[in-house]
Design a protein around this ligand. Structure first.
Ligand code: ADP
Ligand code: GN1
Ligand code: MG
Length: 371
């Protein structure tokens, strides 16, 4: 167990030159993985500048040096693309702030790895699709992100989390956690355990298509939740894709699918009242339109055909991961209350069931926008 990140903030302030005096830093955002802070800096001119400081999760990321090498490479590439398109890279991509020694991250006295980004001001970050237009805006941003990285040399990227969206392996991890039942929690999750077991063969669908060469490996984001894109406050356009920890070779259908999992409904990921958790095919329709528009013809016929599978599998896989973490004692996903990972798992499985009921309609929506 690592100590509370707060205890290392002074070391971090000392390691960076943020262009003024740091007034302090407060916990920020609703990510499940990293310890994120917003730092407030007063410049010599008396202005306030904000920075995001993050202690990268050591449970999730074993090699922060490789992780940061990926992010530096990818953000430089995005910067060039944005400049070439006449955009503003300071707002449209993350920029890594080097430490005073010129390094891409700082290691604290406990071995925890920290990084800094300028805070992208005048943006909003949503936890749910408040309006269809905002969901569409996020779809465009993620589709465009995919297109901008389509010529990024995939073989230079490290695999920051091994077998991240390997759903078959996620299933195996679940089986291991169930067999160990280290905290005796399996008894409280019988229906969910059965649900996973009934879906075992589904876990192979996308991987099998990849093995058969039907689906191509691309550079993908792999964590395309709505709260991983910042929207411009004034224009409400999705301008900056963040949380680049898992940019790796992957499947386009997973980037599509993870956005649907998180955004094509009107409830929180940990909602306890499952009657409020419903897959919204209208939002799915809107996202599909935006994503395909943003990807600008980059997807193959097979990728288009498998998009509904991306949605179902990312939702199933995420539910399996929440359940596994619940069985193992909540070591991976941050929790704020007991049983939260089981609640999260239940919402995911409710959404999977909804998608199964609307499977044909999901395919028809793709046909409507495919070109
Ligand atoms: P996690 O992996 O834990 O989700 P994120 O990198 O997504 O961590 O950051 C958590 C939250 O911090 C985001 O959802 C967003 O609200 C905020 N955030 C991160 N980077 C920036 C940034 N450069 N500017 C503004 N807000 C940011
Ligand atoms: C985590 O980092 P964050 O909070 O954006 C997780 C995703 C899950 C998601 C579920 C690196 O995303 O894979 O889908 O929680 N990220 C990592 O909300 O494991
Ligand atoms: Mg995030």
């Amino acid at each position: 167990m690592s100590s509370l990140a707060e205890g290392f903030l002074q070391e971090v302030f000392d390691a960076y030159d943020l262009g003024g005096q740091v007034a302090g830093a407060l916990r920020y955002g609703q990510g499940h993985i990293n310890d994120t802070f917003c730092a407030y800096v007063q410049t010599p001119e008396g202005e306030c500048r904000r920075f995001i400081l993050q202690r990268m999760s050591s449970a999730a990321f074993k090699h922060p040096d490789q992780l940061m090498a990926n992010i530096v490479g990818v953000t430089r590439h995005l910067r060039k693309k944005i400049l070439a398109a006449g955009g503003d890279p300071a707002r449209e991509t993350l920029t890594v702030v080097p430490t005073a020694k010129g390094e891409s991250f700082f290691t604290d006295s406990e071995g925890g790895a920290w990084r800094a980004y300028p805070f992208v001001e005048n943006t909003i970050c949503l936890q749910s699709a408040e309006t269809p237009e905002l969901f569409y805006a996020s779809a465009l941003a993620f589709g465009k992100f995919q297109a901008m990285l389509s010529d990024y040399p995939a073989d230079t990227l490290y695999e920051t989390i091994e077998r991240f969206h390997d759903t078959e392996n996620r299933y195996k991890n679940f089986e291991r956690a169930l067999a160990a039942d280290a905290l005796g929690r399996a008894a409280s999750a019988r229906p969910e355990i059965r649900f996973v077991q009934e879906h075992k063969t589904d876990c192979s669908v996308a991987l099998e298509a990849l093995r058969q060469g039907k689906l191509p490996l691309r550079v993908t984001h792999n964590d395309t939740k709505l709260n991983n894109v910042l929207m411009d406050k004034a224009t409400l356009r999705g301008i900056c894709v963040i949380d680049l920890d898992t940019v790796m070779p992957g499947l386009s259908i997973n980037d599509f699918g993870d956005s649907i999992r998180f955004g094509a409904n009107h409830s929180a990921e940990d909602e306890r009242d499952l009657s409020k958790v419903n897959f919204d095919i209208q939002l799915y329709d809107i996202y599909t339109r935006g994503f395909l528009e943003g990807a600008d013809g980059a997807l193959t016929g097979a990728e288009l055909e498998y998009l509904p599978w991306g949605a179902k599998l990312m939702t199933l896989e995420c539910g399996i991961r929440f359940l596994t973490d619940y069985l193992e004692g909540d070591h991976y996903f941050h929790t704020q209350r007991d049983g939260q990972n089981l609640d999260r798992c239940r919402t995911q499985f409710k959404l999977v069931r909804d998608m199964e009921q609307q499977w044909d309609a999901m395919g028809a929506v793709i046909q409507k926008y495919a070109r």
